[in-house]
Design a protein around this ligand. Structure first.
Ligand code: GLY
Ligand code: MN
Ligand code: MN
Length: 433
């Protein structure tokens, strides 16, 4: 990936005489002396390709020149023995194509100098109190030097509208990585379908997914896997994954790996014993019909909400046909009568973050899809186990089908297409296993 190009694109959006400050992620404690696995900030990685913590990128656009300055951990042999290799400021300049690099301990002293005579400071203001305080302290230090003739910045600008619009449109290198992540995850879902047996625990399937993804070159999951069997499939963000899978259960797996900081996000729902029951199949095929139709609505010129509207129409009509809802379909949609069974939206942007950045509306209107955007299409139906408004035979069935869809000039490309999703395909794959 071309991180220098990413910086150049951001510079071209910054105003003359401005400064942007983009910190790395921090390490977070899991329990005494044990940290959570470190994940770099997506914004910071997008602009640097640098994977260490305790770092900060400062971009200065002043007097017609653009300077990229990195602050990072010094190379200290004693520390490297404990926590591993550090690039260090000297090597960082060449390796990352920077103007300059310094020890992170120098940031407090150097930042006011970099800020002097800049009109505005772009940052993720409000995202992190400690960084807000650091930046304001720097602005105050510049103000204290006013008598020497320097001017302090007069405006704090949100960096997100600039940087996140860039991240929303993926270039060819990013698309290749996302296609790889989706393909690995697709095969991992197939491995889970082949291995499942009643009597296994949900976390064993979670393990199957992680093992397969690691085997194919993915170091981390993009998010905590959801492996919900039976009624657990009705819990949207179920991550306990600790129950025994029973004969007759459907299993909903929402899992995706990350490759080089880019996410995939796939959901499949399949029967533990390899055969859908009549009710499971009826609801499954309804969700599938909605999903196919919503994917067809992904094309340049259509807006972000159109796939969701397609899903609401098909699911509501289908729920009436199956007797789970009664009434006029348009009225039911207007009154959101589908919400007890379908309570989430159909799509979100996908990229370095699983719920990726980028505005969904422009001037209050759903934005048009354009080539290079990647979004999920993930309709579902969830019939609560205690919903006595429906026949008992439907209760406790939870289904979601989710794919990752790239908008292309011609229409779309489903990056996660390899994993089966029709009833026949799934039953055939499971029967072969
Ligand atoms: N896996 C998170 C989501 O589907 O939005
Ligand atoms: Mn999703
Ligand atoms: Mn998902």
């Amino acid at each position: 990936m071309n991180f220098i190009q990413h910086r150049e694109a951001l510079f071209s959006k910054m105003t003359e005489n401005s400064l942007a400050v983009i910190p790395s992620a921090d390490i977070h404690l899991r329990n005494r002396d044990a940290d959570f696995p470190f994940r770099q900030s997506s914004d910071f990685f997008y602009l640097t390709g640098f994977t260490e913590d305790s770092a900060c990128l400062v971009l200065q656009k002043k007097a017609g020149a653009c300077q990229s300055v990195l602050f990072c951990q010094a190379k200290v042999k004693e520390m490297e023995i404990w926590t591993g290799y550090r690039l260090g400021p000297d090597a960082a300049v060449d390796q990352l194509g920077l103007t300059d690099a310094f020890n992170i301990d120098e940031l407090a002293v150097k930042l006011p100098t970099l800020m002097a005579d800049c009109d505005q400071v772009y940052a993720a203001w409000g995202a992190d109190k400690a960084w807000d305080a650091r930046l304001i302290e720097s602005i105050e230090k510049v103000k204290l030097k006013a008598r020497t003739g320097v001017q302090a910045p007069t405006a704090m600008q949100a960096i997100e509208p600039l940087l996140h619009e860039l991240r929303l449109i993926k270039d060819d290198a990013e698309i290749d990585i996302m296609a790889k992540a989706a393909d690995i995850s697709a095969h991992a879902h197939m491995a889970a379908m082949k291995q499942v047996k009643p009597g296994m625990f949900e976390y064993q399937l979670e393990g199957t997914i992680r093992h397969y993804c690691a085997d194919q070159g993915s170091r981390f999951d993009a998010y905590t896997s959801i492996v919900g069997s039976g009624e657990n499939a009705c819990i949207l963000h179920y991550t306990h994954n600790d129950q025994e899978i029973k004969e007759g259960d459907l299993i909903l797996i929402d899992a995706g790996c990350e490759v080089n900081h880019y996410a995939s996000d796939i959901t499949r729902t399949f029967p533990a014993n390899g055969r859908f029951s009549t009710e499971q199949k009826a609801l499954y095929e309804l969700v599938l019909q909605a999903q196919f139709a919503a994917i067809e609505a992904v094309k340049p010129g259509n807006d972000f909400n159109q796939p969701h509207e397609v899903v609401l129409q098909i699911l509501t009509q289908g729920l009436v046909d199956l007797g789970l809802l009664n009434g006029d379909v348009d009225e039911l949609i207007k009154n959101e009568a589908y919400k007890p069974f379908y309570m989430h939206r159909t799509s979100h942007w996908l990229g370095m973050d699983v719920h990726d950045v980028g505005a969904y509306k422009i001037d209050g209107q759903w934005r048009e899809l354009q080539a290079g955007m990647v979004l999920t299409i993930e309709p579902g139906l969830y019939i609560a186990p205690d919903d006595d408004s429906v026949d008992v035979k439907w209760r406790g069935i939870g289904i979601r089908i989710e794919d990752d869809v790239l908008v292309t000039q011609e229409g779309h490309r489903v990056l996660s297409a390899r994993v089966p999703k029709t009833v026949e395909e799934i039953e055939r794959l499971m029967a072969e296993a």
